[in-house]
Structure formats: structure tokens, C-alpha cells
Design a protein around this ligand. Structure first.
Ligand code: CA
Length: 717
């Protein structure tokens, strides 16, 4: 292993200057902090005790070869230490471990560094993201992790910056705004670093933005190249690496429709994998916008490059190949889900492949030299397509799934939550199995033909919002009850394309997965457990109970001969916000939890109690309630379908604020809770609108109170 000395380049100079006199950590990071470069990252298998990039190596397998903790002694695994964050939203990042230090991001794009042996906090960084940005976020104010390169830690911030931090001090080295901040772009994804560059994508396909990825010089922050996922709607060059291929191939795959106003979506908000074998980046691209193919593109064209795996030259951003998993997306089937790179023996030949289990429910094995589809099978319940034609590589879509063509409704499974979402899956080269957090969550789609583009708003599909946000009366509640769903951990043989074993979780319990050389698979649960299963047969061999949901992917590291398992706790994300009836423990703040054999640390409880329904004595008219139910479409992404929030964000039916006209107006119109992520709506809603919203909330609070009283009677009897 080589540890290059800090080079005196822009940014690096500052690191050298500050290193003098900083004793903290010198003992465990004698060679410097986060001194990773391409050579070290490509040779990650030579230092199995480190975890220097997303998924443990450039191959992003979420497999740690460490086996000191194994099936024979895992029963002795206990808490070694924990660290408390100052954020109370979803935690989706997996920490990095480099030279004795753990680095992680948290919700609100904050970053923490810890002494990995003791848990001592070394520094924390707050990019001071404005709380109002929460208005442009579909699925919580989360962040999925940091990247490291040459003494720097990189984080993408929710308001669209890419920031380089000094790995030793947490101080900003450079910061670049990577998006047009006048548009509803956000960043929740993890940067990746390679060849002296750092790359970041963005989010916002639900709101009407045009997705792209940008590579920057890791030392200076100077832009290197950019690739737009969708063509320029005016059929003009952008002066970007994507110009040529969109002229030759992309633009002609789009019909006439609302995409010319929204930009078509396709945002790359999670998987961006550097493939060192071919010096390319493989990008998982997002869903199209608006969701309805008819509204977006007149039911015409494949709409490149949404819903695809897209390979670009790592040095220039030039197009290499693509494989589109969902042509003409109608269902929010993003392909951003984690991509694993490996080599498999297929029909006697070794193939360098990409493994992918995107939202649409098919497991794909693709040759990463040329993008050729090798196999695709359903890994979950799927009713939008019967299969994938291996000759053409195209899905065989059922006619009724095209709701914009039939003019009817379509109850799809999977829906927009995906058969698999952002939760990391893992691949063990010991068992040759992929471990996938699977979820079966149905969703109804329709296109009522009324789509109208509104700048800066949720431009997805209005028909869905009104049908499922829970209007007055019991009918919407029944629809919400129907969203009760199922999840499981699936061990999948990627060569045979069949299940090896599965563990049913009952309700939705998706959480990231880590596989280890100790024949173990670790996965958290929303009700606060971390569980270990045997990797070969799925037998549960260890379980630990905490106080807060664990949904992030775990990692493992070795320090002074001791193996550790680290994972973040903190409930949030799209499932937490939008899927009712998850049996979750919700903490008052997020945490990092670190385990070792014979760990004896204790953990103080931080579980947030579930409040009772509160009803004001005020009376409202039916017209107010109806209007409020319609306006609630603006609130549904954060405050839940039918106001069910799984206790993660304030359940408005249980909120004392909603019983006071003045306090409610202060929050909704004037932004008195903007620093908590509740934006101010005074420029879009009137005082009458706010009162109508309160009328709707109170009507739902009354129903909840009635139901809770009935339940308590039953339990008393
Ligand atoms: Ca989406």
C-alpha cells in the first residue's frame, strides 16, 4: 500500500498548513487523513480492513472479506460505541473507514468524522442547507454518503453544492454549485472519486428538472465534463459531452409533450459506479417526468436515457453504451438503484458484468464491456411486463399497463416505491449470491388528461395525488389501508437467475444489506434491530435491539486486529414518508452504531413517543374540508398519504399546532418552522387556504380519535 505525500496543489496547500500542531488523530492516521488515490482504491482488495468508497470498493459489492466475526462467534457481537447526530431525519449513508477514521454524512448533508476505535468525534461539518429546500424534496432530506480522495472528503448538499472538505479538520477546501438553484434540483446522492475527478448527479425528476452528472477536478473543483441524461428540449447543443449522442440517438426517441417544459427527468440520484476495468462510469438513470408517457411524450418513443444503465468514458464523459431497462417509462421506474460490478462464469465463459435490481422488478445481468443484456428475470412480484426479450433486450409490456393508451386505471406492482429502492444490496463472491432488500408495494396510476406544467412544483401526475392523498370520508382511508405491503430479504443466484433463499419480514422492512467473509449477511429493521443471517442459507444467527430504525447499509472494518460492524440508525426516506403502517421505532435524532465481539457498551433510549389525536373545538364547513383535501396534495410528500407519517414527521392529526388557527398560519404561511424543514407557503397559499387545510386535518384527526377510542375499548374488553 502506498500513501503518497500531500501534493502542493490548490486545496492541498491548505491541508498542509493546517496539519501543523493538530495532534488529534495523529496516532491513528500517521500517514495523513484520507490519503486515497486511484492506485489505492483499485487495490482495495489488498487492504480488506478498509472501506474507502461506496460499497467497500470500486465494484460496490457491499461485501467485506473480513471473517473474524463469523457464524461461530457472532452471538458475542455487542455494541462497542455510538455517536449521536444533531439531525432527526432519515439516515441512509454508509460510513467510510480510512486509516483509523470513520467518515459519514447524515440527513441535511452534514458530515461527521470519528476516531473509529473509541468513537471520539473528531469534527463535524454543517453546510447550512436552507430548511426551505425541503419543499423540493420528494423523499426526505437524506444523504447517501461521502467520497474520499487525496486528503479530502466530498459531500453533495441538498441545495445542489458539491463540497470538498479537509479530511483532517472538516474545513471547506472548495465548494461548487452544481445545479441551477432557481429550479427544484436537489442532491441526496453520494459523490464518487476516480482519476483525480469527483462526480455528482442530482435529484428532482418528480418536480420537473433535466437530469445530468458532472465531473469536477478533485483538487480545484474546476468542472471537467457534464453529461445530460435527456436531450435538450429545444434540440440545441448544451456544450456538454452528451451533445453528440443526443443529436444522433437521443432526441428522436422523444415525442411531443410536457417533457419540453419539464426537461424529461432522468436524474441520477444514486448509482454512479466507476468501473476500473474499462475506465468508465456506469450511471443508473432516473424515471422520466412527468410520469405519464402520454403527458410527457404523446405515448411515443423510448425516451433515452431515462430508466437506463448508461456507460460514459471516465475521462471525457463521452457516451460508451446504454441498456434501457424501462423504455417509455409510465411508472416512475427509476434505474438509479445500486449497481454491482463483478465477474461471473456464464455458459462456461468469464464475463465482466454489472448486476442490477432496479425499481421495475427485473434482475439484470449486463456485459459491462458493451452493455449487452445477458439475462433478465423477475426477482419480485411484477405485473407491468411478462418478461424481457433477450434478442431485443426489451420488456414485453402488458397492454393494460399503458394507462395513458387505454385511458383506464392501472394498479401496478411494483409501483413508484420500487421492488427494490436505494437500499444497498450485496454480492458475496464466497456464496456467489446477491442479497436484495425486496419490497412489494402496489400503486394505482391513471392519466386524467389534465396534466399542466407548473414551474417549481411537483410535476409528476396530478391524477395520482388526488386519488391517493386521502380526501374526506372513509373511502380514501380504505385505499390507504390497501397499501399494506410486504418485504423480504432475498438471496438471488445471478447466474441461474433464481432465488436461493428468502427471509420474509412481514410488512415492508427494507434496509440496506452487508455481506461478509464470515458467512454473514447483516440487515437492519425499521423497528430498531440489526440482524445477522447465515449467508449460505438465511438462518437468523444474531439480533440486536436498538431504539431507532436502521435502514442504511452497514459496513465493516478492521482496526488493531479487531473487526467492527458500523451502521447508521435513523428512520426516513420514501418508505417512511409514504408507506403507511410500517412498524417503526423513530428516534429523536440519528446515530452511528458500532459493534465488535464482546462489545459491552449500552445505548440510552431516544425513541420518540406516539402522540394521541388532538381535535380542536372549532367547526368547519364541508366546502373547507374539501378544499383543504385538494390543497393537501402540496403536503403529501412529507406529511404522508392520508396524513399517515409513521411518527417520522409530525402527524398533523396529532399536532397541537393544527388546533390553533394562529399557530398553524404562522407555520404554514410565515415559515416559523422553516429551520426544521417546514417551508413557508405564504407566497402560494392565502389565510383562507391555510384554514381550509386545517379543516381537512381536523376532519382526519376526528376520524383518528374515533378509531383510537374504539381500539382502546376493544383492548379494555
Ligand atoms: Ca422518482
Amino acid at each position: 500500500m502506498t500513501r503518497t505525500l500531500l501534493r502542493c496543489v490548490a486545496g492541498g496547500t491548505a491541508v498542509l498548513g493546517l496539519s501543523i500542531g493538530l495532534g488529534a488523530g495523529a496516532a491513528f492516521a500517521a500517514g495523513g487523513f484520507a490519503q486515497v488515490d486511484g492506485k489505492r482504491l483499485i487495490s482495495a482488495s489488498k487492504e480488506p480492513g478498509s472501506w474507502m468508497t461506496r460499497g467497500g470498493s470500486y465494484y460496490e459489492t457491499y461485501f467485506s472479506p473480513l471473517d473474524k466475526i463469523n457464524v461461530n462467534n457472532v452471538s458475542k457481537l455487542g455494541l462497542a460505541w455510538h455517536g449521536d447526530f444533531d439531525t432527526d431525519r432519515g439516515q441512509q449513508a454508509t460510513p467510510l473507514f480510512i486509516d483509523g477514521v470513520l467518515y459519514t454524512s447524515t440527513s441535511w448533508s452534514k458530515v461527521y468524522a470519528y476516531d473509529a476505535a473509541t468513537g471520539k468525534e473528531l469534527w463535524r461539518y454543517d453546510p447550512k442547507v436552507p430548511g426551505s429546500i425541503a419543499k423540493s424534496v420528494c423523499c426526505d432530506v437524506v444523504n447517501r454518503g461521502v467520497a474520499a480522495w487525496n486528503g479530502k472528503i466530498f459531500v453533495g448538499t441538498l441545495d445542489g453544492r458539491l463540497v470538498a472538505l479537509d479530511a483532517k479538520t472538516g474545513k471547506e477546501v472548495w465548494s461548487q454549485v452544481t445545479v441551477d438553484q432557481s429550479k427544484p434540483y436537489t442532491i441526496t446522492g453520494q459523490p464518487r472519486a476516480f482519476n483525480g475527478k469527483v462526480i455528482i448527479g442530482n435529484s428532482g425528476s418528480e418536480y420537473g428538472v433535466r437530469g445530468y452528472v458532472t465531473a469536477y477536478d478533485a483538487e480545484t473543483g474546476k468542472p471537467a465534463w457534464r453529461f445530460f441524461i435527456t436531450p435538450n428540449p429545444n434540440n440545441q447543443p448544451d456544450g456538454a459531452a452528451s451533445d453528440r449522442i443526443h443529436r444522433e440517438l437521443g432526441y428522436s426517441t422523444w415525442g411531443d409533450g410536457a417533457w419540453k417544459q419539464t426537461g424529461g427527468g432522468g436524474t441520477a440520484w444514486d448509482a454512479i459506479v466507476y468501473d476500473p476495468d474499462f475506465n468508465q462510469v456506469i450511471i443508473g438513470t432516473g424515471n422520466a417526468n412527468p410520469w405519464s408517457w402520454k403527458s410527457r411524450s404523446g405515448n411515443k418513443g423510448d425516451n433515452l436515457f431515462v430508466g437506463s444503465m448508461l456507460a460514459l468514458d471516465a475521462d471525457t464523459g463521452d457516451y460508451r453504451w446504454h441498456y434501457q431497462e424501462t423504455p417509455g417509462d409510465d411508472w416512475d421506474y427509476t434505474s438509479v438503484q445500486p449497481i454491482i460490478l463483478t465477474e461471473l462464469s456464464i455458459n462456461g465463459a468469464k464475463r465482466k458484468v454489472a448486476l442490477h435490481a432496479p425499481k421495475n422488478g427485473f434482475f439484470y445481468v449486463v456485459d459491462r464491456q458493451n452493455g449487452k443484456l445477458l439475462s433478465a428475470e423477475k426477482f419480485a412480484t411484477v405485473n407491468w411486463a411478462s418478461g424481457v426479450d433477450l434478442e431485443t433486450g426489451r420488456p414485453v409490456v402488458y397492454e393494460q399497463a399503458r394507462y395513458g393508451v387505454t385511458g383506464g386505471d392501472f394498479l401496478a406492482i411494483p409501483g413508484p416505491f420500487g421492488a427494490h429502492n436505494w437500499h444497498p444490496m450485496a454480492f458475496s463472491p464466497k456464496t456467489n449470491l446477491v442479497y436484495i432488500p425486496v419490497q412489494n408495494i402496489p400503486f394505482g396510476y391513471s392519466d386524467d388528461g389534465t396534466f399542466k406544467y407548473t414551474a417549481g412544483h411537483g410535476n409528476w401526475n396530478l391524477a395520482i395525488t388526488s386519488a391517493q392523498n386521502g380526501g374526506p370520508g372513509d373511502e380514501p382511508e380504505r385505499k390507504i389501508q390497501a397499501m399494506r405491503t410486504e418485504g423480504h430479504l432475498l438471496a438471488w443466484d445471478p447466474v441461474r437467475q433464481t432465488a436461493a433463499w428468502r427471509v420474509n419480514h412481514g410488512g415492508v422492512a427494507s434496509a440496506g444489506v452487508l455481506a461478509t467473509g464470515g458467512n454473514l449477511v447483516f440487515q437492519g429493521t425499521p423497528d430498531g434491530k440489526l440482524v445477522a443471517y447465515r449467508a449460505d442459507n438465511g438462518q437468523k444467527v444474531w439480533s440486536w435491539q436498538g431504539h431507532d430504525a436502521i435502514i442504511a447499509g452497514a459496513m465493516s472494518y478492521m482496526l488493531k486486529g479487531e473487526q467492527y460492524i458500523a451502521v447508521l440508525a435513523g428512520f426516513g426516506g420514501s418508505n417512511a414518508l409514504h408507506v403507511p403502517f410500517i412498524n417503526a421505532k423513530v428516534g429523536t435524532h440519528g446515530r452511528i452504531l458500532v459493534f465488535k465481539l464482546d462489545g459491552k457498551a449500552t445505548l440510552p433510549s431516544n425513541t420518540k413517543p406516539v402522540l394521541n389525536a388532538v381535535v380542536a373545538p372549532d367547526t368547519f364547513t364541508d366546502a373547507q374540508v374539501k378544499k383543504g383535501g385538494e390543497l393537501y396534495g402540496n403536503c403529501v410528500f412529507c406529511h404522508g398519504f392520508g396524513l399517515h407519517t409513521n411518527n417520522m414527521l409530525p402527524d398533523l392529526r396529532r399536532s397541537p399546532i393544527a388546533t390553533s388557527k394562529d399557530a398553524f398560519a404562522d407555520v404554514v404561511l410565515k415559515g416559523s418552522r422553516e429551520n426544521k424543514g417546514m417551508p413557508k407557503w405564504g407566497d402560494q397559499l392565502t389565510a383562507d387556504d391555510a384554514e381550509a387545510l386545517r379543516a381537512f386535518i381536523q376532519s382526519r384527526a376526528k376520524l383518528l380519535k374515533r378509531d383510537l377510542e374504539a381500539e382502546s375499548k376493544v383492548s379494555r374488553n
